[in-house]
Design a protein around this ligand. Structure first.
Ligand SMILES: [Zn+2]
Length: 269
């Protein structure tokens, strides 16, 4: 999914002005702490209205009230969700599938069986995963399609618990519209690439936003797994084995968060 950077710039600035003027209003009545001070030229609502994109990015990223870098990442993804249309998502997914037309599609009973449970408890509006006869396709989802490769199904995803978790995780990405959110994080980087300091904020927001999406997809999957009665141990071992990278929290943290969901489910209060 591609986002028009000019449109993103306008929508982001408007949204930032709105949330920053709300902060101004609340800090007028509450005693502001130093870290809550958003530096705006002139101060007060009128200056917020005239805030430029560059200043808006900095103001959001440095406002403790708005969550700093995680707040910038969340706002960016929100703006992206409002800019990307359903038709754009459908078209982008179709283009993705077109790239793989040379690969044979196969039926896989394990995937079908796992999917029927996941689709039900997550109330999925989407199609079943596409299984490709492939060495290089791992497990991925875009705005509409989920793809799995046969080699991964025999390897990393050989255990049904791990397969179900992975399918539910990818479903989480689809339902949260992370393809659009990620395109927004990219648009923010594209718009700031000529300014070292702003680009650094945008880059941190991209990493934070991507990791946030992964954590949320994990929680989404863990909740589905508890409802479906899957065994957590193979999932935790799988997650524990994963190294982190710029887009993914380290596996041990992911396993711990998933384990907490299972513990809450088994210990209802
Ligand atoms: Zn993921």
């Amino acid at each position: 999914v591609q986002i028009d950077t000019a449109k993103f710039r306008t929508a982001f600035t408007q949204r930032a002005q709105r949330v920053l003027s709300q902060v101004e209003k609340t800090t007028e009545t509450a005693a502001p702490t130093p870290s809550d001070q958003v530096s705006l030229s002139g101060g007060g609502d009128p200056s917020v209205q005239g805030l430029k994109f560059e200043a808006a990015v900095t103001a959001i990223a440095t406002s403790a009230t708005l969550g700093g870098i995680p707040g910038l990442a969340a706002l960016t993804q929100d703006v992206a969700h409002s800019l990307v249309s359903e038709q754009q998502e459908i078209d982008a997914s179709a283009r993705m599938v077109d790239q793989f037309t040379s690969l044979p599609l196969v039926q896989d009973e394990r995937v079908e069986s796992v999917w029927s449970g996941v689709a039900e408890v997550t109330e999925s509006p989407h199609d079943a995963p596409l299984v490709y006869e492939s060495f290089f396709i791992d497990a991925q989802a875009d705005a509409r399609n989920m793809m799995l490769g046969t080699e991964t199904l025999k390897g990393d995803l050989a255990d049904d618990n791990v397969l179900a978790f992975t399918v539910a995780h990818e479903e989480g990405h689809r339902q949260h519209r992370d393809t659009a959110g990620t395109a927004g994080l990219q648009a923010l980087m594209d718009l700031t690439e000529n300014d070292k300091e702003l680009y650094s904020l945008a880059y941190q927001a991209m990493a934070e936003g991507r990791q946030q999406n992964e954590r949320e997809a994990d929680l989404f999957a863990a909740e589905a797994m508890t409802e479906l009665g899957y065994d957590k141990q193979p999932m935790l071992e799988f997650l524990n084995s994963l190294p982190g990278d710029i887009h993914h929290p380290v596996g041990t943290q992911r396993a711990q968060a998933v384990d907490e969901i299972f513990q809450e489910a088994s210990d209802p209060r």
